[in-house]
Design a binder for this molecule. Structure first.
Ligand SMILES: [Zn+2]
Length: 488
């Protein structure tokens, strides 16, 4: 079947013969799908010389159909056809890191429009990390006056002396949540705890084990600054902050991070040690599980579900209601989690991380990764609820760079998330992406040129080495490896 110039490829396309002028697509009739054949996001489109009829059950279905029509319209002539379409996975996310570098609201809107074009339905918004806290807080003003600003930046091998920071106001956040809702995208905020919490601790040192005033971090890395699990004040603070975040974000999910949390200070802290003893826990990974479960229980009272990174499984005591986002899981715990009937999201580091260069993660590699990852039993595959493609921004401070790194890899993951496996075809994806590129340009989003997508072996090697040499200083790599080894 010759594929239409549409990403993601629809489930079924039946050619009715002949073509019509693209202007016919302006004559649109909407029909409600009373039987629910196409589900909450699916739709049918029929195009003939009299116009186009779209059938869907929900506004979301009509919106997704509109994205297909927009892409079909890029040619002067459109084939007469019938499309029926539904997503393969319910959860199709993109992650944007606004903690390391912020994007303006206008830039985020451009990115959201581009994501909507490819039928993403979740924006995982990383708003809190060692290098900055980005949500305006009424209850904890120091999170902004202290926690939102770092003294300098040392990403990408250069030292930038200027103070860097800021935060999104409550009004801006509400505006963006509404903007996404119009595009049927749920905004899921991430408050990363108990690690990656330097910004919280810089603002309120009493939340940490050592209770020392520390500055925000200015480099990439894994840091020992954890919120103290033995101190009740930590939970009072987090409960209140999560109440505030829950009010701002109407999403079903809240992301609680849980990744890269070395237990160095927990092991030395009298309060954390006492807590571990009192609860009869075997180790500090179990203490992290207990820590996270308390927050899960609190959020459940508000009707919220929690997503966490896969390290949260290390204690083997995570509440089964949590959805686990698999990014780097050498022990295969995420697959076991799915096999037990809990939910997982595929977000594999070596395939989906768009902050790494195309030489390291070519588009073809991203496209061909199967989100039903190794170890998930075939009969349990429905517990892989979907995918997330992340864009971390330690090394991405401007919007053009961000778009270059994101596209086409975002579109490749979008297609894996939506399209049934039988309809996947990388060569046709490349052609179709070229056809829809003018639509991205119109949004102000400039993808990487095709010559950069899949470098040859020599280029892959030399460009990857150059990236690590230029961007990441040896001490950061050493620290990260040490910390990862400790956790493994
Ligand atoms: Zn402690």
């Amino acid at each position: 079947m010759k594929k239409l110039n549409v990403i993601p490829t629809p489930e079924e396309v039946e050619m009715l013969g002949g073509t019509v002028n693209a202007a016919v697509l302006d004559r649109l009739t909407k029909q409600t799908d009373e039987t629910g054949t196409y589900g909450d996001e699916g739709y049918a489109i029929e195009i003939d010389d009299t116009g186009v009829t779209v059938t869907a059950k929900t506004d979301c279905g009509f919106f997704r159909a509109e994205q297909t029509l927009k892409q079909l319209k890029t040619g002067a002539e459109v084939p007469c056809l019938r499309i029926t379409d539904r997503p393969a996975f319910a959860y199709r996310g993109f992650l944007i890191d606004s903690a390391r570098h912020m994007q303006s609201v206008d830039e985020l809107k451009k990115l959201i429009d581009a994501a909507a074009l490819f039928k993403f339905n979740k924006m995982h918004w990383h708003l809190s990390d060692d290098q900055g806290f980005r949500i305006e807080s009424e209850r904890f003003p120091l999170l902004n006056s202290v926690g939102s600003y770092r003294d300098s930046s040392d990403f990408g091998g250069e030292h930038i002396k200027e103070r860097y920071g800021g935060f999104y106001t409550r009004e801006q956040i509400r505006g963006l949540v509404a903007y996404c809702a119009e595009r049927h995208i749920e905004v899921i905020p991430e408050l990363d705890v108990p690690g990656h919490a330097t910004a919280l601790i810089a603002a309120y040192p009493a939340l940490s084990c050592r209770r020392l005033a520390i500055p925000l971090e200015t480099k990439q890395g894994i840091f020992n600054n954890l919120l103290c699990a033995g101190n009740e004040n930590t939970f009072d603070f987090l409960f209140e902050l999560l109440d505030e975040i829950s009010e701002l974000f109407p999403s079903k999910y809240i992301h609680l991070g849980g990744d890269e949390a070395p237990k160095t200070y927990w092991e030395k802290c009298p309060k954390c040690r006492a807590r571990k003893e009192e609860l009869g826990l075997k180790n500090y990974d179990e203490l992290q599980g207990w820590f996270t479960n308390r927050l899960i229980a609190r959020l459940a009272e508000k009707g919220k579900q929690v997503i966490v990174w896969n390290e949260s499984l290390n204690g083997n005591n995570l509440d089964e209601s949590a959805t686990v986002q698999m990014w780097m899981d050498r022990r295969g715990k995420s697959a076991v989690w799915a096999n037990r009937g809990s939910s997982v999201i595929a977000c594999p580091f070596s395939y989906y991380y768009c902050d790494y260069p195309y030489s390291m993660t070519p588009v073809k590699k991203t496209y061909e990764y199967d989100p039903v990852f190794e170890g998930v039993a075939p009969i349990m595959k429905k517990h892989v609820i979907g995918v997330t493609v992340p864009l971390w921004t330690e090394y991405i401070s401007d919007f053009d760079r961000l778009c270059y790194m994101a596209f086409p890899r975002f579109a490749a993951v979008a297609e894996r998330g939506w399209t049934k496996p039988d309809n996947l075809d990388y060569e046709s994806f490349c052609r179709r992406f070229a056809a829809v590129t003018p639509l991205l340009h119109r949004l102000g989003v400039k993808p990487a040129p095709q010559s950069d997508w899949d470098p040859n072996t020599l280029n892959r090697l030399t460009k990857t080495i150059r990236f690590f040499k230029d961007k990441i200083d040896p001490q950061t790599i050493k620290n990260s490896l040490n910390s990862t080894n400790r956790q493994e």
